[in-house]
Design a protein around this ligand. Sequence first.
Ligand SMILES: *Cc1c(COP(=O)(O)O)cnc(C)c1O
Length: 379
Amino acid sequence: MKPIPFNHPFLTGRELELIGQAYQSGQLAGDGSFTHQCHTWLEQQLGCTKALLTHSCTSALEMAAILADLEPGDEVIMPSYTFVSTANAFVLRGAVPVFVDIRPDTLNLDETLVESAITHRTRAIAPVHYAGVGCEMDELQTLATKYNLLVIEDAAQGIYARYRDQPLGTIGDLGCLSFHETKNIISGEGGALLINRDRFVERAEIIREKGTNRSQFFRGEIDKYTWIDIGSSYLPGEIIAAFLYAQLELADQIIASRLKIWDHYHNLLASLEEVAKIRRPQIPKHCQHNGHMYYILLPNLTVRTDLITYLKQSGIKSVFHYVPLHSSPAGQRYGRTQGDLVNTDRVADRLLRLPLFPDLSLEHVQDMVDAIKAFFAML
Ligand SMILES: *Cc1c(COP(=O)(O)O)cnc(C)c1O
């Protein structure tokens, strides 16, 4: 069998043409016509008040943390089972990430444990939509209203997915998307901040432009621009925006092909779940996912290690993540853990991600499932 990589970045074929147009246009810095087209696309397709392209989801989270006006010692509630950027962005502002356990079904922040983690220092909740499956946003929003907290969605994996028919990233106060090459819609590195409340728009533009009111200046709203707030350089150049626009144009097809592959895995693996060898992903009825990831949960760490080795010998690359943040050196230094994170620890040892990218053939999915079944037949 031909080796199957874990990921293969999908190209629509229009990227070079649009990059060529950006090159010819003579505007290479950010906020030119391609950036504008991407903003409009995101605002119209997802329905947010304002979208701003950034260098990454990491920088969108950093902007959100600045907008949250955190003081040193303020607390932000989040899952421990996530990528480091969810926590890092707030730690950079001197805030304390407070790690709460995940639900056993979706592996998302367990909303029933959030209230017990709230203190007089809590300022925000940062739910992560793992694998493009929505967190229980209604319950989180109710808590946020009750305790006057911001909701900052880490929707790095969530583009085009929905929770009760609302696109992920557009439900909380702020949402952060990633266009990293391992995500659904890509520009190599890239991201966007989605702003869902009018009151954040003006300051977000200033933070993104190094703390200056340059955006207002270019719109002719003021006659000179100057330094008025903290900020950094968070905006990508036009070459990146041109690449991204070529992907956004085909977003429907990209998501549809990922979902087709996801469904194929899910159907073929049902029999292994029936005999309790694995557990497949569980998608609540009110969540529409985006085929970002196919994972299986294995009985324990030993089985996972052995299966990775077995698949590798068949030329199949499977991977796991995350080292839970509450058990990482920086997480222990900067964070606080609320209760026992039993589900987090169990999932971190048992989860295995299988290859999923738009040009993965259904035959290869069948081959991989056959290999997994052969492994369990041998156990
Ligand atoms: C990928 C990812 C990020 C970081 O995205 P970048 O665009 O690489 O900065 C943050 N959070 C989660 C949950 C992710 O999966």
